[in-house]
Design a protein around this ligand. Structure first.
Ligand code: HEM
Length: 219
């Protein structure tokens, strides 16, 4: 009897280990694939194949990918709740990728666009509204990235959840920054702003709608 129980426990822990190993490998692949657009356009830039304004193209690409990863992170909960697809194990990687893209976007702006001219950068990020908005979004993402580890989760307790809810204003600010960065009204930033609005509305409305559903429909 006890040997059957032991065998069952060993099989369970082996299955758990295999699942952990697979999740870990997928996560490593996600980081690799996620950083590929930055590496590829850096290569294109370095080989003079990134168009007439390579710095601007590189800067824009990094900004757009930061927003894409923020949106992918926001999709995790509705995918689980509405379609039963559980990608929770990859949400941290998506958030970190978003932060690294936003940080590289800022570094490209500061080093390559502005030649690390600190007075000019300081004037820019304190006077131009779309840059102030981008800067606030980046600072929020930096705080979230710095606390997205087990030690911070343990230390901050309930405060960790409250802090990490700041990802919602960060995504909204990222989308507004995109809309404000363009002079005319092209479709792309409006599409991103629309997707972000739908996902943020879902986050706000879902608990309210759930509380109004009869108990059986909620299960
Ligand atoms: C979470 C933070 C941020 C996100 C998600 C983000 C995203 C974007 C996006 C999507 C664009 C438009 C790209 C395009 O036109 O295709 C953009 C443009 C731009 N961003 Fe950001 N950004 C962020 C933070 C910042 C910060 C902190 C700065 C600098 C202080 C900055 C500087 C710029 C500049 C200068 C442009 C215009 C580039 C151009 O003229 O084409 N961004 N950003």
């Amino acid at each position: 009897m006890s040997s059957t129980l032991n065998a069952g426990t060993t099989n369970c822990s082996r299955a758990g280990n295999i699942r952990l190993l697979t999740t870990g490998r997928i996560r490593v692949a996600l980081y690799g694939i996620g950083l590929a657009p930055a590496a590829w356009s850096f290569f294109l830039g370095a080989t003079n194949s990134l168009g007439a304004d390579p710095v601007r193209s590189f800067e824009d690409l990094l900004g757009v990918w930061a927003l894409r990863f923020l949106i992918l992170g926001l999709l995790v909960t509705p995918l689980r709740k509405l379609a039963g697809v559980n990608l929770l194990s990859y949400r941290r990687a998506l958030g970190l990728l978003a932060f690294w893209y936003a940080a590289m976007h800022f570094a490209t702006y500061a080093f390559l666009d502005r030649g690390l001219d600190l007075p000019v950068i300081l004037a820019d990020v304190t006077k131009r509204p779309f840059l102030i908005i981008g800067m606030v979004a980046l600072l929020i993402l930096a705080a979230l990235a710095a606390t997205s580890n087990r030690v911070s989760i343990r230390r901050l307790g309930r405060g960790w959840m409250r802090l990490h809810r700041l990802v919602y204003p960060a995504v909204a600010l990222g989308a507004v920054h995109f809309v404000m960065s363009v002079k005319s009204w092209p479709l792309e930033p409006l599409v991103y702003a629309g997707v972000v609005s739908v996902l943020l509305s879902y986050r706000v409305l879902a608990p309210f709608l759930r509380s109004r559903l009869p108990r059986r429909a909620r299960a």
